[in-house]
Design a protein around this ligand. Structure first.
Ligand code: AMP
Ligand code: GLY
Length: 423
C-alpha cells in the first residue's frame, strides 16, 4: 500500500515509525514531516492547507491511503476533499471533526444522547455569560468554543477569574475561536485520555494514557501542548474502560451516525474520573501528542490495517494487541516554551535507539546538515519498562545523554503513577 502521512510533530514521527514496520507498506511519504520522520518516509514539500495540492500529489504518486495526524486540516475539510477524489483517508469529515472544532457542538451531542459531562450553557455575548457565571459560582470553567491550540480553557477557581475569562474570550484573545463561549461546571477527579478507532458504526478501544499539561514540575505553571505522558493510565481499570465505552463512546458514535455525520478516525476522549464514574471533558478527533508516542511503543499489532479498517468501515474484522509493559515519554522543549523561545539552536547529540528507548522528533529541522530545534516542543524521549518507575528511569537516563543546551524538561513525568506504585 502507498501511504501519505500528513503532519510534522512527534505524534507523526511515532505514526511514521510504526507504519514503516508494516509488511503491507510499499511506499511511505510524509508532508511536511521533520528529520525524524525523514528516517522512515520520503518527505514531500506540500502545503497541507491546500487540499487540491494534496489531492494532486496523491493522484501523481498513486497514493492508496492518507493518514492525517493533526486536527486543523480535518476541521478544514481535507478528508472530505480526498474522499470525494476517491482516496481512502484516516480522519473524520469536517462535519464530524466538529467534535473537536466546536466545544458547544460536543456539549449538545452529550445533552442529546445523555452522555455524562459537566452541566453547561453556550453564549455569544459577555453579559448573559457573566450572569450565568454569577448564578453558578466558582469554581467554574470558561471555554472558547473553537480551536485555540489548547489555550482556550480557563479553569477559574474564583468568580473574578471566571468573569475576566469571559471578557477575555469576547474581546478577541482567541480570535474567531472565542466568538462563542461555553461555560461549564467544574469536574473534580483524576484525568485520563482514552483512545478508540471508529469507522462510523463500530468503535475499537485502543488504550489509555495520562498527559502532563503544565510546564513545571508538580503540575505548576502555564498549560502546554503536553510535557510528557505514559500509557496505560492506572485509573482506567477494565471496569472504567467498559463504562467509558458504554456510557460515552458508543452513544457518541451512534449519535453522530444518527445525525448524519458518522465519525471515522480516532476519537480521543479527555475524561475526568469522578466519584460518579467517567465524565467527558472534551473530544479530540486525532491522536494525542505526546500520548500517541507512548501508544505506538506499546502497540504489538500492525498499525496500517487498523487505520485502514477505520477508514473503510471494516473495524469489526480487526483487533489490536498491546504489550503489557508501560511506555513513558518525556518532552524536551526549548527554554521559554510555552512563551517565546530561541529558534535554530543546535542539537549536538541524541542517544542511540535501542529495544527499550526511542527519541521521536517534534520541532526539529536540518540546517546545513546540523540538527536544530525550531519548535517549542522538540524531542520526545520515550522508554518502555515493567513499571512506570522503571520506564521513567530508563527515559530520563536516555534524556540525560541528549546534548542540547537550549532544551529543558520536567523531571517528574509519571509522578502520580510512581506514587501509586510506591504506596
Ligand atoms: P481542554 O482543552 O478542554 O482539554 O481543557 C484543558 C484542561 O482544562 C483539561 O485537561 C482539564 O485539566 C481542564 N478542564 C477542562 N474542563 C474542565 C472541567 N469541566 N472541570 C475541571 N477541569 C477542566
Ligand atoms: N496532549 C494533549 C493533546 O494532544 O491534545
Amino acid at each position: 500500500m502507498r501511504v501519505l502521512l500528513i503532519g510534522s510533530g512527534g505524534r507523526e514521527h511515532a505514526l511514521a515509525w510504526k507504519l514503516a514496520q508494516s509488511p503491507l507498506l510499499t511506499a511511505l511519504y510524509a508532508a511536511p514531516g521533520n528529520p525524524g520522520i525523514g528516517e522512515e518516509a520520503t518527505l514531500v514539500d506540500l502545503d497541507i492547507t491546500d487540499d487540491s495540492a494534496v489531492l494532486a500529489f496523491c493522484r501523481k504518486e498513486s497514493i492508496d491511503f492518507v493518514v492525517v495526524g493533526p486536527e486543523a486540516p480535518l476541521v478544514a475539510g481535507l478528508a472530505d476533499t480526498l474522499r470525494t477524489g476517491g482516496i481512502a483517508v484516516f480522519g473524520p469529515s469536517a462535519a464530524a471533526a466538529q467534535l473537536e472544532g466546536s466545544k458547544g457542538f460536543t456539549k449538545d451531542i452529550c445533552a442529546k444522547y445523555s452522555i455524562p459531562t459537566g452541566a453547561y450553557q453556550r453564549f455569544t455575548s459577555a453579559e448573559p455569560a457573566k450572569a450565568y457565571v454569577r448564578a453558578q459560582g466558582a469554581p467554574i470553567v470558561i471555554k472558547a468554543d473553537g480551536l485555540a491550540a489548547g489555550k482556550g480553557v480557563t479553569v477559574a477557581m474564583t468568580l473574578d477569574e471566571a468573569l475576566e475569562a469571559v471578557d477575555s474570550c469576547f474581546s478577541g484573545t482567541f480570535g474567531a475561536a472565542g466568538a462563542e463561549v461555553v461555560v461549564e461546571a467544574y469536574l473534580d477527579g483524576e484525568e485520563a485520555s482514552f483512545f478508540c478507532l471508529c469507522d462510523g458504526k463500530t468503535a475499537l478501544p485502543l488504550a489509555s494514557a495520562q498527559d502532563h499539561k503544565r510546564v513545571g514540575d508538580g503540575d505548576t505553571g502555564p498549560n502546554t501542548g503536553g510535557m510528557g505522558a505514559y500509557s496505560p493510565a492506572p485509573v482506567m481499570t477494565a471496569q472504567m474502560v467498559e463504562r467509558t465505552m458504554r456510557e460515552i463512546i458508543e452513544p457518541t458514535i451512534a449519535g453522530m451516525a444518527d445525525s448524519g455525520h458518522p465519525f471515522t478516525g480516532v476519537l480521543f476522549a479527555g475524561l475526568m474520573i469522578t466519584t460518579k464514574g467517567p465524565e467527558l471533558i472534551e473530544y479530540n478527533v486525532r491522536f494525542g501528542d505526546p500520548e500517541c508516542q507512548v501508544m505506538m511503543m506499546r502497540l504489538k499489532s500492525d498499525l496500517l490495517p487498523l487505520l485502514y479498517a477505520a477508514a473503510t468501515g471494516t473495524l469489526a474484522n480487526v483487533s489490536a494487541e498491546w504489550r503489557d509493559e508501560v511506555a513513558l515519554t518525556v518532552v524536551m522543549a526549548s527554554k521559554g516554551y510555552p512563551g517565546s523561545y530561541a529558534k535554530n539552536t543546535p542539537i549536538v547529540k541524541l542517544p542511540p535507539a535501542d529495544a527499550a528507548t526511542k527519541v521521536f522528533h517534534a520541532g526539529t529541522a536540518l540546517k546545513d546538515g546540523q540538527l536544530v530545534a525550531t519548535g517549542g516542543r522538540v524531542l520526545n524521549v520515550t522508554a518502555m519498562g515493567q513499571t512506570v518507575s522503571a520506564a521513567q528511569k530508563t527515559a530520563y537516563a536516555a534524556l540525560d545523554r541528549v546534548e542540547w543546551d537550549n532544551g529543558f524538561c520536567r523531571r517528574d513525568i509519571g509522578w502520580q503513577a510512581v506514587k501509586r506504585e510506591k504506596a
